[in-house]
Write a protein of this length. Structure first.
Length: 344
Protein backbone atom coordinates (compact mmCIF):
# COMPACT_ATOMS: atom_id res chain seq x y z
CA UNK A 1 0.00 0.00 0.00
CA UNK A 2 1.40 3.39 -0.97
CA UNK A 3 1.80 6.17 1.56
CA UNK A 4 0.43 9.60 0.60
CA UNK A 5 3.82 11.03 -0.37
CA UNK A 6 4.73 7.94 -2.43
CA UNK A 7 2.15 8.53 -5.14
CA UNK A 8 3.20 9.97 -8.47
CA UNK A 9 0.28 12.38 -8.18
CA UNK A 10 1.73 13.76 -4.94
CA UNK A 11 5.27 14.00 -6.32
CA UNK A 12 4.25 15.62 -9.60
CA UNK A 13 1.91 18.13 -7.96
CA UNK A 14 4.65 18.95 -5.45
CA UNK A 15 7.01 19.71 -8.35
CA UNK A 16 4.67 22.32 -9.86
CA UNK A 17 6.33 25.34 -8.22
CA UNK A 18 9.75 24.44 -9.62
CA UNK A 19 8.24 23.53 -12.99
CA UNK A 20 6.51 26.90 -13.23
CA UNK A 21 9.55 28.85 -12.09
CA UNK A 22 11.53 27.22 -14.91
CA UNK A 23 8.70 27.67 -17.41
CA UNK A 24 8.30 31.39 -16.73
CA UNK A 25 12.01 31.96 -17.22
CA UNK A 26 12.38 29.73 -20.28
CA UNK A 27 9.32 31.17 -22.06
CA UNK A 28 9.93 34.84 -21.22
CA UNK A 29 11.49 35.78 -24.56
CA UNK A 30 9.02 33.76 -26.63
CA UNK A 31 6.00 35.29 -24.93
CA UNK A 32 7.39 38.82 -24.97
CA UNK A 33 7.73 38.53 -28.75
CA UNK A 34 4.29 36.94 -29.10
CA UNK A 35 2.74 39.64 -26.93
CA UNK A 36 4.29 42.35 -29.10
CA UNK A 37 2.89 40.74 -32.25
CA UNK A 38 -0.58 40.44 -30.74
CA UNK A 39 -0.59 44.07 -29.61
CA UNK A 40 0.42 45.16 -33.10
CA UNK A 41 -2.33 43.09 -34.72
CA UNK A 42 -4.90 41.99 -32.14
CA UNK A 43 -7.32 39.23 -33.15
CA UNK A 44 -11.02 40.01 -33.33
CA UNK A 45 -11.66 37.13 -30.91
CA UNK A 46 -10.04 34.12 -29.27
CA UNK A 47 -11.30 30.55 -29.64
CA UNK A 48 -10.05 27.82 -27.32
CA UNK A 49 -10.20 24.11 -28.05
CA UNK A 50 -9.42 21.37 -25.52
CA UNK A 51 -10.79 18.44 -23.58
CA UNK A 52 -10.62 17.25 -19.97
CA UNK A 53 -8.25 19.09 -17.64
CA UNK A 54 -6.99 21.13 -20.59
CA UNK A 55 -10.53 22.41 -21.14
CA UNK A 56 -10.69 23.43 -17.49
CA UNK A 57 -7.53 25.43 -18.11
CA UNK A 58 -9.29 26.99 -21.10
CA UNK A 59 -12.17 28.01 -18.81
CA UNK A 60 -9.62 29.90 -16.69
CA UNK A 61 -8.14 31.40 -19.86
CA UNK A 62 -11.54 32.76 -20.90
CA UNK A 63 -11.82 34.84 -17.74
CA UNK A 64 -8.19 35.97 -17.92
CA UNK A 65 -8.36 36.99 -21.58
CA UNK A 66 -11.72 38.72 -21.34
CA UNK A 67 -11.03 40.62 -18.11
CA UNK A 68 -7.42 41.59 -18.82
CA UNK A 69 -7.30 41.83 -22.61
CA UNK A 70 -10.88 42.75 -23.46
CA UNK A 71 -10.98 40.10 -26.19
CA UNK A 72 -14.08 37.92 -26.43
CA UNK A 73 -13.08 34.29 -25.85
CA UNK A 74 -15.21 31.28 -26.71
CA UNK A 75 -14.78 27.52 -26.53
CA UNK A 76 -14.97 25.50 -29.74
CA UNK A 77 -16.33 21.98 -29.70
CA UNK A 78 -13.81 19.65 -31.43
CA UNK A 79 -16.72 17.60 -32.79
CA UNK A 80 -17.80 20.49 -35.04
CA UNK A 81 -14.73 19.78 -37.16
CA UNK A 82 -13.90 16.15 -36.41
CA UNK A 83 -17.42 14.71 -36.70
CA UNK A 84 -19.63 17.26 -38.46
CA UNK A 85 -16.92 18.67 -40.72
CA UNK A 86 -18.65 22.05 -40.51
CA UNK A 87 -16.74 25.06 -41.85
CA UNK A 88 -16.28 28.07 -39.55
CA UNK A 89 -15.34 31.67 -40.28
CA UNK A 90 -12.21 32.16 -38.19
CA UNK A 91 -10.52 34.95 -40.12
CA UNK A 92 -8.44 37.14 -37.77
CA UNK A 93 -9.08 34.75 -34.88
CA UNK A 94 -6.52 33.43 -32.42
CA UNK A 95 -7.23 29.70 -32.08
CA UNK A 96 -5.70 28.39 -28.84
CA UNK A 97 -5.37 24.61 -28.78
CA UNK A 98 -4.58 23.26 -25.32
CA UNK A 99 -3.23 19.75 -24.80
CA UNK A 100 -0.76 17.83 -22.69
CA UNK A 101 0.07 15.16 -25.28
CA UNK A 102 -0.76 17.02 -28.49
CA UNK A 103 -1.99 13.75 -30.00
CA UNK A 104 -5.78 13.63 -29.76
CA UNK A 105 -7.18 13.23 -33.30
CA UNK A 106 -10.20 15.46 -32.81
CA UNK A 107 -8.08 18.32 -31.47
CA UNK A 108 -5.66 17.95 -34.39
CA UNK A 109 -8.54 18.01 -36.88
CA UNK A 110 -9.95 21.12 -35.21
CA UNK A 111 -6.60 22.90 -35.37
CA UNK A 112 -6.22 21.98 -39.04
CA UNK A 113 -9.71 23.26 -39.81
CA UNK A 114 -9.10 26.47 -37.86
CA UNK A 115 -5.94 27.25 -39.79
CA UNK A 116 -7.70 26.54 -43.09
CA UNK A 117 -10.49 28.92 -41.97
CA UNK A 118 -8.04 31.80 -41.47
CA UNK A 119 -7.12 31.49 -37.78
CA UNK A 120 -3.69 31.84 -36.26
CA UNK A 121 -3.14 28.59 -34.33
CA UNK A 122 -1.41 28.82 -30.97
CA UNK A 123 -0.63 25.56 -29.17
CA UNK A 124 -0.17 25.32 -25.41
CA UNK A 125 1.29 21.82 -25.27
CA UNK A 126 3.57 19.81 -23.02
CA UNK A 127 5.05 17.45 -25.63
CA UNK A 128 7.07 19.79 -27.82
CA UNK A 129 7.55 17.38 -30.75
CA UNK A 130 3.88 16.32 -30.83
CA UNK A 131 1.68 16.47 -33.95
CA UNK A 132 -0.14 19.51 -32.52
CA UNK A 133 3.12 21.38 -31.94
CA UNK A 134 4.25 20.65 -35.50
CA UNK A 135 0.95 21.90 -36.89
CA UNK A 136 0.67 25.15 -34.92
CA UNK A 137 1.81 28.57 -36.09
CA UNK A 138 3.16 29.29 -32.61
CA UNK A 139 3.96 26.88 -29.78
CA UNK A 140 4.10 27.80 -26.11
CA UNK A 141 5.74 24.81 -24.39
CA UNK A 142 4.33 23.98 -20.96
CA UNK A 143 7.72 22.56 -19.93
CA UNK A 144 6.16 20.36 -17.25
CA UNK A 145 8.37 17.39 -18.16
CA UNK A 146 7.17 13.78 -18.21
CA UNK A 147 4.00 13.17 -16.23
CA UNK A 148 3.49 9.52 -15.32
CA UNK A 149 0.40 9.69 -13.13
CA UNK A 150 -2.82 9.38 -15.11
CA UNK A 151 -4.14 12.30 -13.08
CA UNK A 152 -2.66 15.45 -14.63
CA UNK A 153 -1.40 17.90 -12.03
CA UNK A 154 1.78 19.81 -12.82
CA UNK A 155 0.88 20.02 -16.52
CA UNK A 156 -2.52 21.52 -15.64
CA UNK A 157 -0.96 24.15 -13.38
CA UNK A 158 1.71 24.85 -16.00
CA UNK A 159 -1.07 25.51 -18.51
CA UNK A 160 -2.64 28.08 -16.20
CA UNK A 161 0.70 29.80 -15.64
CA UNK A 162 1.30 29.87 -19.41
CA UNK A 163 -2.10 31.53 -19.88
CA UNK A 164 -1.24 34.09 -17.22
CA UNK A 165 2.18 34.82 -18.72
CA UNK A 166 0.65 35.23 -22.17
CA UNK A 167 -1.88 37.72 -20.81
CA UNK A 168 0.85 39.63 -18.96
CA UNK A 169 3.09 39.90 -22.03
CA UNK A 170 0.19 40.79 -24.32
CA UNK A 171 -1.35 43.42 -22.05
CA UNK A 172 1.85 44.77 -20.53
CA UNK A 173 -0.04 45.02 -17.23
CA UNK A 174 2.42 45.31 -14.35
CA UNK A 175 0.08 43.70 -11.83
CA UNK A 176 0.05 40.51 -13.91
CA UNK A 177 3.84 40.43 -14.09
CA UNK A 178 3.92 40.98 -10.31
CA UNK A 179 1.54 38.05 -9.80
CA UNK A 180 3.82 35.86 -11.93
CA UNK A 181 6.93 36.95 -10.02
CA UNK A 182 5.48 35.72 -6.75
CA UNK A 183 3.66 32.68 -8.13
CA UNK A 184 6.30 29.98 -7.47
CA UNK A 185 6.63 31.18 -3.87
CA UNK A 186 2.86 31.27 -3.44
CA UNK A 187 2.65 27.70 -4.73
CA UNK A 188 5.32 26.53 -2.30
CA UNK A 189 3.43 28.11 0.59
CA UNK A 190 0.16 26.64 -0.66
CA UNK A 191 1.63 23.15 -0.73
CA UNK A 192 2.34 23.35 3.00
CA UNK A 193 -1.22 24.35 3.92
CA UNK A 194 -3.15 21.76 5.92
CA UNK A 195 -6.20 20.63 3.96
CA UNK A 196 -6.61 17.36 5.88
CA UNK A 197 -10.05 18.41 7.20
CA UNK A 198 -11.32 18.22 3.62
CA UNK A 199 -10.12 14.64 3.22
CA UNK A 200 -11.53 13.66 6.60
CA UNK A 201 -14.91 15.12 5.66
CA UNK A 202 -15.05 13.42 2.25
CA UNK A 203 -13.77 9.99 3.27
CA UNK A 204 -17.20 8.38 3.54
CA UNK A 205 -19.38 10.47 1.21
CA UNK A 206 -20.66 9.58 -2.25
CA UNK A 207 -21.71 12.90 -3.83
CA UNK A 208 -20.73 16.55 -3.56
CA UNK A 209 -20.80 19.91 -5.31
CA UNK A 210 -17.70 21.93 -6.14
CA UNK A 211 -18.42 25.61 -6.66
CA UNK A 212 -16.40 28.52 -8.05
CA UNK A 213 -16.90 31.70 -10.01
CA UNK A 214 -14.88 33.83 -12.39
CA UNK A 215 -11.20 32.91 -12.25
CA UNK A 216 -12.13 30.11 -9.84
CA UNK A 217 -14.70 28.35 -12.01
CA UNK A 218 -12.05 26.34 -13.86
CA UNK A 219 -10.65 25.27 -10.48
CA UNK A 220 -14.08 23.92 -9.51
CA UNK A 221 -14.27 21.97 -12.78
CA UNK A 222 -10.80 20.55 -12.28
CA UNK A 223 -11.38 19.56 -8.65
CA UNK A 224 -14.65 17.81 -9.50
CA UNK A 225 -12.93 15.82 -12.25
CA UNK A 226 -10.06 14.77 -9.99
CA UNK A 227 -12.47 13.65 -7.26
CA UNK A 228 -14.25 11.47 -9.82
CA UNK A 229 -11.18 9.90 -11.35
CA UNK A 230 -8.94 9.46 -8.28
CA UNK A 231 -11.41 9.06 -5.40
CA UNK A 232 -14.48 7.45 -6.93
CA UNK A 233 -16.66 10.38 -5.86
CA UNK A 234 -19.59 11.72 -7.84
CA UNK A 235 -18.56 15.38 -7.80
CA UNK A 236 -20.29 18.01 -9.90
CA UNK A 237 -18.93 21.49 -10.57
CA UNK A 238 -21.11 24.60 -10.78
CA UNK A 239 -20.62 28.31 -11.11
CA UNK A 240 -21.65 30.14 -7.96
CA UNK A 241 -23.83 32.22 -10.27
CA UNK A 242 -25.67 29.16 -11.60
CA UNK A 243 -26.00 26.68 -8.76
CA UNK A 244 -29.21 28.25 -7.46
CA UNK A 245 -30.84 27.53 -10.84
CA UNK A 246 -31.91 23.98 -10.03
CA UNK A 247 -28.95 22.16 -8.39
CA UNK A 248 -29.62 23.88 -5.03
CA UNK A 249 -32.67 21.63 -4.68
CA UNK A 250 -30.35 18.69 -3.93
CA UNK A 251 -28.58 20.41 -1.04
CA UNK A 252 -29.77 19.41 2.40
CA UNK A 253 -28.55 18.17 5.75
CA UNK A 254 -24.97 16.93 5.57
CA UNK A 255 -24.58 17.46 1.80
CA UNK A 256 -20.89 18.23 1.12
CA UNK A 257 -19.93 21.38 -0.79
CA UNK A 258 -16.40 22.56 -1.63
CA UNK A 259 -16.19 26.26 -2.53
CA UNK A 260 -13.30 28.01 -4.31
CA UNK A 261 -13.21 31.80 -4.11
CA UNK A 262 -10.78 34.66 -4.65
CA UNK A 263 -10.55 38.24 -3.42
CA UNK A 264 -12.30 40.07 -6.26
CA UNK A 265 -15.81 41.19 -7.13
CA UNK A 266 -17.11 37.63 -6.93
CA UNK A 267 -16.06 37.06 -3.31
CA UNK A 268 -19.02 38.55 -1.47
CA UNK A 269 -21.67 36.67 -3.44
CA UNK A 270 -19.72 33.41 -3.32
CA UNK A 271 -19.35 33.59 0.46
CA UNK A 272 -23.05 34.46 0.76
CA UNK A 273 -23.82 31.31 -1.24
CA UNK A 274 -21.64 29.26 1.12
CA UNK A 275 -23.61 30.70 4.06
CA UNK A 276 -26.85 29.73 2.32
CA UNK A 277 -25.57 26.17 1.94
CA UNK A 278 -24.72 26.07 5.64
CA UNK A 279 -28.20 27.33 6.54
CA UNK A 280 -29.60 24.29 4.71
CA UNK A 281 -27.44 22.01 6.86
CA UNK A 282 -24.79 21.37 4.21
CA UNK A 283 -21.19 20.52 5.16
CA UNK A 284 -19.22 23.34 3.54
CA UNK A 285 -15.50 23.95 3.01
CA UNK A 286 -14.29 27.30 1.66
CA UNK A 287 -10.86 27.86 0.08
CA UNK A 288 -10.20 31.60 -0.23
CA UNK A 289 -7.37 33.88 0.96
CA UNK A 290 -8.25 35.91 4.00
CA UNK A 291 -11.26 33.77 4.96
CA UNK A 292 -11.21 32.23 8.44
CA UNK A 293 -13.51 30.05 10.48
CA UNK A 294 -14.20 26.37 11.08
CA UNK A 295 -15.11 25.76 7.43
CA UNK A 296 -12.07 27.57 5.97
CA UNK A 297 -9.30 25.70 4.16
CA UNK A 298 -6.05 27.64 4.71
CA UNK A 299 -4.54 29.70 1.89
CA UNK A 300 -1.42 31.89 1.81
CA UNK A 301 -2.12 35.54 2.58
CA UNK A 302 -2.12 38.18 -0.10
CA UNK A 303 -2.32 35.93 -3.16
CA UNK A 304 -3.61 37.97 -6.12
CA UNK A 305 -7.10 37.00 -7.22
CA UNK A 306 -5.96 36.01 -10.69
CA UNK A 307 -3.44 33.45 -9.41
CA UNK A 308 -5.47 32.21 -6.44
CA UNK A 309 -6.91 29.26 -8.45
CA UNK A 310 -3.42 27.89 -9.10
CA UNK A 311 -2.52 27.94 -5.42
CA UNK A 312 -5.86 26.48 -4.35
CA UNK A 313 -5.74 23.68 -6.92
CA UNK A 314 -2.23 22.67 -5.89
CA UNK A 315 -3.33 22.41 -2.25
CA UNK A 316 -6.35 20.45 -3.42
CA UNK A 317 -4.17 18.00 -5.39
CA UNK A 318 -2.26 17.08 -2.24
CA UNK A 319 -5.49 16.50 -0.33
CA UNK A 320 -7.02 14.49 -3.20
CA UNK A 321 -4.01 12.21 -3.49
CA UNK A 322 -4.26 11.32 0.20
CA UNK A 323 -8.05 10.96 0.05
CA UNK A 324 -7.76 8.57 -2.88
CA UNK A 325 -5.63 6.17 -0.84
CA UNK A 326 -7.94 6.49 2.18
CA UNK A 327 -10.89 5.47 -0.01
CA UNK A 328 -9.02 2.43 -1.32
CA UNK A 329 -7.94 3.79 -4.71
CA UNK A 330 -4.58 4.46 -6.34
CA UNK A 331 -4.59 8.03 -7.73
CA UNK A 332 -1.91 7.14 -10.27
CA UNK A 333 -3.93 4.42 -12.01
CA UNK A 334 -7.65 5.27 -11.87
CA UNK A 335 -9.92 2.44 -13.06
CA UNK A 336 -10.79 2.37 -16.77
CA UNK A 337 -8.60 5.40 -17.63
CA UNK A 338 -5.46 5.94 -19.70
CA UNK A 339 -2.94 8.77 -19.64
CA UNK A 340 -3.60 9.83 -23.23
CA UNK A 341 -7.23 9.83 -24.42
CA UNK A 342 -7.39 9.95 -28.22
CA UNK A 343 -10.94 11.08 -28.99
CA UNK A 344 -12.07 10.88 -32.61
Amino acid sequence: MKSPDDTLMYQEAHAAADVIAHQLDANAGLLAELGERLRARPPRCIVTCARGSSDHAAAYAKYVFETRLGVVTASASPSVSSIYDAPLDLEDTLFVAVSQSGKSPDLLRSAEAARAAGAQVLALVNVEDSPLARMADTVVPLRAGPERSVAATKSYLATLSAVLQLAACWSGEESLHAALDRLPGDLRQGWDMDWRPLGEGLRAVHNLFVVGRGYGFGAALEAALKLKETCGLHAEAFSAAEVRHGPMALVGEGFPVLVFAQEDGTLENTLALAAEFRARGARVWVAAPGVSGPDALPMPAGVPAISTPLVAVQSFYRAASALSLERGYDPDVPPHLRKVTETL
